[in-house]
Design a binder for this molecule. Sequence first.
Ligand code: SF4
Length: 635
Amino acid sequence: MVHALLVQLPVPRLNYGVHTGNIPLGAACLKQAARRVPGAQVDILPESIAAYVGDAALLEILLERKPDVIGFTVYCWNLERSLYFAQKLKQLTASRIVFGGPEITPDNPAVISDAVDFYVYGEGETIFAKLLEDPSTWKAGSAQEPAGALFEASPSPYLLNLLEPEIENVMLLETQRGCPYRCGYCYYNKSHKGVSFADETHLLQGVQWALDHGVKELYLLDPSLNVHPGLKELLAKISRINRKRDLEIISEIRAESIDAELADLFAAAGFSWFEIGLQSTNPRALKIMNRPTRLEQFANGAQMLKQRGIVPAIDLIVGLPGDDLQGVSRSIEFVAEHHLADDIQVFPLSVLPGTDFRRNSTVLGLRYNPKPPYTLMESNSFLAEDLLLAIDHAEVRFDVVLYPMPDLDVSWKSGAEGSQTHPNDIAVKIANEPFINKLQLHSKRPLSELTALAKRLTQPYQVFIQPTLSSLAYIKSAVGVLTEINPFTPFEMIFMEPPSMPQSLSILSAVKLQRPHFLDQDLRYLFPAAGNRAVLFTLVTQDANIRFNRDMERQVFWWQKKRFPELTDLSELSDLDGILVDVAVGDGEIAAWQDRMAGHAEDLPFISFANVRLQRRWLMLTMPDDYTVKALNWI
Ligand code: SF4
């Protein structure tokens, strides 16, 4: 009997409870494939645990399970944290460790570690089953072997109840593996030789399963749905299953392929959104990236979707070889003039391992960060400041914020304070176990108590500094204790009306996070200068003068008046980063105020509430699609 545990770590976030998209579909495919191996037991670490538990608590969970094999699905956003866990597990257990996933390519030096016993390149089903079946397979240290007919012949792992669609209210359904296109910045086309399509009967069963299980959104995982054979007939069949369009279907497509008939069929089948890569309108850039595009057909196709209520989410890439600042401006104008900016996404170029751009980076003049997500720093045609200017220009022209600050949640009351001198820590229940989400720091709290609590933190977590705590030395010691065993877990420090201004830089010097953290690289356009973007500092005060606004600092007004703020009050405070509504009235009155204000939320500054239940209510009223209600399970 061999016991394997499969783990997929999420994109790090600074807001607890937001959707992480961390659906372990790859792990579910491996578990499905391993059913043919006699005596193999394969478990998937549930998404609810993997997405929301901090480093130290997660390590304890992995150690308790004592698997013979631990497999990590590795993406650029979880590579370094996966390596950290691999090293810890190697020191403390006899488990064999295998890495697979999009980040694992033969040309990626960043994945190499003594702690990893085996690397799977490309599809994992066949190799994983062999690793469980035949111990001699491990000797090779790495392998690449296609899943072959297994993919075409297998139903979606959701049908075997291997995944938890209720966490994100979304189901991922693979319709195709591989891609016939050869875009220079993309690895996907190389991870699978040729193109394979899922069996149509299985696809339709998947659509029916999503409807039967009340899933809101079905994501057809297909890099370019337009190449699907018999697409029009397939759409007609889906529309018969999704007659009432209860299911919102989303996918990716090349817009030039869309005609009126196809657009009608997409609408009838229940499609609501398509990701559409334009990347650039610059002919030279399009040629170098090997992505020929007929621009007028592109615009026509995207508009046909839009006319039928389907959102075309257009992608642009900044920093492409062959492009320059003027070229980016022309691409931005093209999207704006064709009214296609409804859900615009503008990314800096990532020079990904395994891609043609990575292989030819010297010739193409691309200088990129060697750490994930391998963002372009400058090139022969883009200075570092050009990249910033291009992102700024896109934000202004499209009137969007491409790198928003985290949402505001400074709630800390549970209603169970009683006669306590200090507020309680607030825990959440994850897989029936409590984990600390909001930790209270006050001068009487011994560091030994924090050492124990550090092993039970969520990801991310918050540290509240009570007004009575003025010792900078104590605060620094406390964050040192918390971060030493949680070196990848982002966190927020919230200073409640402190006697003096928080010393963010001095506190940062005591933080033991791994640096640079993925968020330091990923959020590099949040602030022009490099900073520490995995730690957020929030000052909550009744002083409306802005005094706390350096990078990763924000100032929130603590509204403790006897009445609720009106729209004019909120407008007067809109230069601050948010407002904490803490009016001493019953929950019912606060709920009524929330109901009145929710319709204006998009135009208001960030609002938070003192009580965690009311905070959850507000988040669900104003951002129901962004948060996982199961995670906001504050107790
Ligand atoms: S970017 Fe999309 S279309 Fe281009 S090769 Fe990759 S998966 Fe295919």
